[in-house]
Design a protein around this ligand. Structure first.
Ligand SMILES: [Zn+2]
Ligand SMILES: [Zn+2]
Length: 135
């Protein structure tokens, strides 16, 4: 149900999932899991992270949220540390160099993510969490 927030200016209410742009979402069903903001790209950014890397600043209607370290154990860790990016469908799954198809693209993104992680944490911490270093 959409609420017209402009019509209710001044009325203090909890922001809905969709209108709470400035705050990380906390889902009540998983109270102990943190959903951090991406440290790589604002969620509302309509660019593809990898297109930008390649100098293409196209705006996309449809983007997929990709967890840089995916798979059973790592997805939640990517979530927790904000290692997520928005990707166009081509860079995510369908293109020749899609991150889920091309190991090189995957590693390139993982290195960038680790670099960003290491602005806050140490390499040792990265290794402890993700099992290896990509840098
Ligand atoms: Zn792209
Ligand atoms: Zn993905």
């Amino acid at each position: 149900m959409e609420k017209n927030s402009y019509a209710n200016r001044g009325a203090k209410r909890k922001s809905s999932y969709k209108t709470g742009l400035a705050f990380p979402k906390i889902r009540p069903k998983k109270p102990r899991k943190r959903h951090a903001k991406s440290i790589l790209q604002p969620k509302e950014d309509r660019h593809c992270f990898l297109c930008l890397q390649e100098g293409n600043d196209q705006i996309y209607e449809v983007l997929h949220e990709h967890h840089v370290f995916y798979g059973t154990a790592n997805r939640q860790k990517s979530e927790e540390y904000g290692l997520k990016v928005n990707l166009c469908l081509s860079h995510h799954e369908t293109g020749e160099h899609a991150v889920h198809k091309d190991r090189k693209t995957d590693l390139r993104l993982k290195r960038l993510a680790q670099y960003a992680f290491e602005q806050t944490y140490t390499r040792e911490e990265f290794r402890n969490i993700f099992g290896r270093s990509y840098l």
